[in-house]
Each structure stands twice: as C-alpha cells, then as structure tokens.
Design a protein around this ligand. Structure first.
Ligand code: UDP
Ligand code: MG
Length: 313
C-alpha cells in the first residue's frame, strides 16, 4: 500500500535555540509512525538569528526537510499561509517551533482522522499555566466578546496546532484574504473537527515573539476580519443620543413654561459637547479601521515574498 504523506508546517521567527530540540522530537515521532512518509516544511519568517543557517543544514542532511525563507518578517499568519500553500501532503499539520505544540500528539490525531472519520483535529489549551494572569484574563474576555459579536465561533484557548486533510487545507487556502486570522478561517470553512485538549507547555528554548501589545493588535485584526458589529455602533449610539436629546428638549420646554427660567451653567454644556464629539470621533475611528483594511485588501498585495528555498542550495 502506498504510504500517505504527512506535511508538517513550522513557522519560525528567531528560533535558532528551539529548532534543534524541535527537529529531534519531530523526527522521533515520525519514526514511530512507520506507515507514513513525512515532509517538514520550515518557514523562516525573516529571522535575525541563525535560524536560516540551521534550516539550510537540516535540508542538506535530511531530504524530508524543506524550507521557505521570506524576504523579511511577514508575521506568523503569512508564514502559516506560505507553508500550507507549498505542502504536498495528503495530511497537513501546523506546529510551532518551540515544542509548545507537542508532536507526540500526532499519532492520535492521525488515528482520529483516518479511523474515526474526522476531517480535522484541532487542539486547545485547557490551562494557561505559566502565562501572566493579566494576559490570560484579557484572552478570556476577548473570546467572550468575539462570541457575542461574531457568527464564526471561536474556541477559547485554541492553538494553531492542528492536523487536517488535504480537503480542509485546500479550503483554508481558498480564502486568499490579506488580513488573515487563521483560527477564524478554520471555523468559517467548517468540516468535521475534533478538539483535543492539553495542558499548557512552556517553550523549550528562546523567547516568545508575542508581547501584550502585539496580541492586542492581533485581536483587533480578528474582530475586524470576523465581525462587522463595531460598524453598527455609530447607529446604535446615534439613536440613543437622539432619544436622550428629545427627553432633554421636552424637559427644558416644560421648565421654561412653568418656572420661566432655563438651566444655567456652561460646564454641563461643555461636558455634553466633549462627550458627544468624543463618541463621534470614536465611531469615525472604527469606520477608518475598516476602510483601511478594505484598502489593503483591494491592493491585492502578495501575502509573503520568498528570498530563498531549499531548491537554491
Ligand atoms: N512566529 C513567526 N513569525 C512571527 C512571530 C512568531 O513565524 O512574527 C512563530 C514562532 O517562531 C513560533 C510560533 O510562531 O514558532 C509561535 O510564536 P511564539 O511561541 O513566540 O508565541 P507564543 O507561543 O508565545 O504565543
Ligand atoms: Mg510558543
């Protein structure tokens, strides 16, 4: 029987310290799965350390290892897209280079797809042990909010680590948008998905590439990619304020008729003007954000640019 090929996509940004550990563990698991062929596709996302040198030497020594090196840092989303686009496997997995996504889960994931008929096996963290509490708290609030304002269901603690069939991979690739939020894209494409849970594992070496600010911007990206509710905020507030103003006008007229004297004081007026203009600017800002995204989307710029692959060796 012909062996099925499993492609493993690994986005790498300054992962020189973690890559040797990853390679060792991933090949150990690959050796356990004798009935499959493997292909490791590393995507060097403009690393500034020795990541590229390590990838070159891996590709030289092991024909299963391939790499794509970007011309600069395009971000993890772009790296994952490039990886998926260039794999040939019957099954495709995405895994971080820092072993926070344990390759040891692969045999079970593969079994669930081939024997239990799932199209995709995804993973989520059941705990956020080892993470700053404020980060966990914000992440939880974010998922709650997304649940309310988007029809696409986002799973809390979901990781990018998953194994999927060629069918699902092609479906994910068919969404060629520039502002990518892959976790939302998976939910959007659907298919029969099995969720596996595991406890958070701390990275094996090196430092995290996502600080609080970067994650915050990333979450805004997600809101704009999968919800248009913020756009209706202006209408809702406009309606409320108009109603409020109506009540105010009636009150003033009645007071004038009965007591012959309207309210004094400009401080209250200043507050009202500042408040309303603040809300207006806020709403225009939201509009601007969506417009900016639309603008970038219409430019149809490539999602990533390649400077070198293993074929150039
Ligand atoms: N990564 C990337 N490009 C980036 C940032 C991160 O390819 O601009 C990769 C990184 O090398 C790692 C994965 O994305 O393999 C997850 O990053 P990290 O472990 O730093 O994030 P965390 O697990 O702390 O959320
Ligand atoms: Mg990590």
């Amino acid at each position: 029987m012909e062996k099925k090929l499993i492609s493993i996509v690994v986005p790498c940004y300054n992962e020189a310290l973690a890559l040797p550990h990853f390679y060792k563990e991933a090949t150990r698991v690959a050796a356990m799965m004798e009935d499959n062929d493997f292909e490791f596709l590393f995507v060097n996302d403009g690393s500034k350390d020795e990541t590229l040198e390590i990838l070159r030497s891996l590709a030289r020594d092991d024909s299963r290892c391939r790499y794509i090196s970007f011309s600069r840092n395009f971000g993890k989303e772009a790296a994952m897209f490039a990886g998926l686009e260039n794999t040939k496997g019957d099954f495709v997995a995405i895994m971080d280079a820092d072993l926070q996504d344990p390759p040891a889960l692969l045999p079970e994931m593969y079994r669930l797809i081939t024997e239990e008929g799932y199209d995709c096996v995804a993973t989520r963290r059941s705990t956020r042990k080892g993470e700053p509490p404020i980060r966990s708290f914000c992440a939880r609030m974010f998922y709650k909010l997304m649940d309310k304002i988007s029809k696409t269901e986002m799973v809390e603690g979901a990781r990018d680590f998953r194994l999927m069939t060629r069918k699902v991979t092609d479906a994910v690739l068919s969404l060629g948008e520039y502002n990518r939020f892959t976790k939302g894209i998976y939910c959007w494409v659907g298919y029969k998905t099995k969720w596996l849970e595991y406890e958070n594992i701390e990275r094996v070496a090196g430092k995290t590439k996502f600080n609080f600010w970067k994650l915050f911007l990333y979450s805004l990206e997600c809101v704009m990619a999968f919800s248009t509710v913020p756009l209706s905020l202006a209408s809702v507030m406009g309606f409320l304020f108009t109603a409020g103003a109506g009540v105010g006008i009636v009150t003033i007229i009645i007071r004038e008729l009965i007591w012959h004297g309207s309210a004094s004081g400009w401080p209250s007026l200043v507050c009202i003007i500042l408040f309303v203009s603040g809300v207006q600017l806020f709403c225009i800002g939201i509009l601007g954000q969506y417009l900016a995204k639309t603008y970038l989307e219409t430019k149809k710029r490539p999602i990533y640019l390649v400077s070198e692959t293993e074929k150039d060796l």
